[in-house]
Design a protein around this ligand. Sequence first.
Ligand SMILES: Nc1ncnc2c1ncn2[C@@H]1O[C@H](COP(=O)(O)OP(=O)(O)OP(=O)(O)O)[C@@H](O)[C@H]1O
Ligand code: SF4
Ligand SMILES: [Mg+2]
Length: 334
Amino acid sequence: MTTADLDNTGILLAIRDLRVELPAPIGEETFTVVDGISFNVHRGETVALVGESGAGKSMTAAAVMHLLPDDAIVAGSIELDGRELTRLSERELVRVRGREIGLVFQDPSTALNPMYTAGWHVTEAVTLTRGLRRKAAVDAAREALVHVGFPAERFDAYPHELSGGMRQRAMLAIALAGEPKLLIADEPTTALDVVAGARIRAVLAELRRERDLALLVISHDLPMVAELASRVVVMYAGEVVEHGPTSAVFGAPAHPYTRDLLECLPPLGGHGTRDQKHRLAVIPMPDGPPGEGCRYAPRCRDVIQACRDEHPSMRPTHGGEARCILVPEAEAAR
Ligand SMILES: Nc1ncnc2c1ncn2[C@@H]1O[C@H](COP(=O)(O)OP(=O)(O)OP(=O)(O)O)[C@@H](O)[C@H]1O
Ligand code: SF4
Ligand SMILES: [Mg+2]
């Protein structure tokens, strides 16, 4: 952890050495999908978790919400406001979900029940998290929907009658119904077209300003990350390989993987349309479990023999850290 991260004041979510193992599809073995990751989210701060498909981003979010498959093995610590979440009972966790942490799922089309209207979903969420009576809950649901730019007249629309952008707004209203301190948004714009994505970005930016909401945004949409997040955490093959202030990580990435990701993109802040160029490249993972050395070695253009001998530890960068032996051990490299 860096000096910035060791500053305990204002930490809302603290993840330490989080490890998630899942049963392998065949046999008795397990495979590790999140491997000893640590990072903080401070109150009112926006942190982005980025990395290619399969890096373990959604599994990290699922671990925080205690929504992993039943046979998952979890180790490490997840503290919310100083309270250890991994030791809470299911009953206590029900109170945390929605009231303290809101979650926008990666796939909004499967998160809404097609049998019920947008208004019903948000009313249910308000009732469960705030215990309001029916009339007050309906009023609060209307207010929550309007707050995220969902048109009031579509309150009784069913999910299939809504555009992707409107479904995503309904999901946001559900996640925010209990007035949580932390919102985890897993790919909030990825399934949307450029206009709908830009509107969701604007809604998130406004929510952050208005409510002092902490936001953990998981995204391939790096222009959104650059706009919203003050810090970035880069994951590769279940590990954090770099983290730091967004301007430093995007401006002068220290880890070769971060550099390769950014090179797949048009210049940040440009006016390109949101298309494949804005997504992180999906490069196939090497076969089999990671070996002893650096996990990025099979794909790294800067690899040297020493990279294959030993697993690199985190080394300090300007305001952050990177897991690469080419980053000088003690002094900031940039
Ligand atoms: N329900 C599941 N059961 C078994 N393995 C899973 C399950 N969900 C994900 N995995 C595996 O866990 C690893 C991490 O997946 P995860 O969904 O966290 O990736 P991600 O970083 O969110 O990727 P994406 O950008 O595609 O959403 C992958 O190897 C994936 O195949
Ligand atoms: S440790 Fe070596 S292989 Fe790994 S990212 Fe650094 S230079 Fe590349
Ligand atoms: Mg995911």
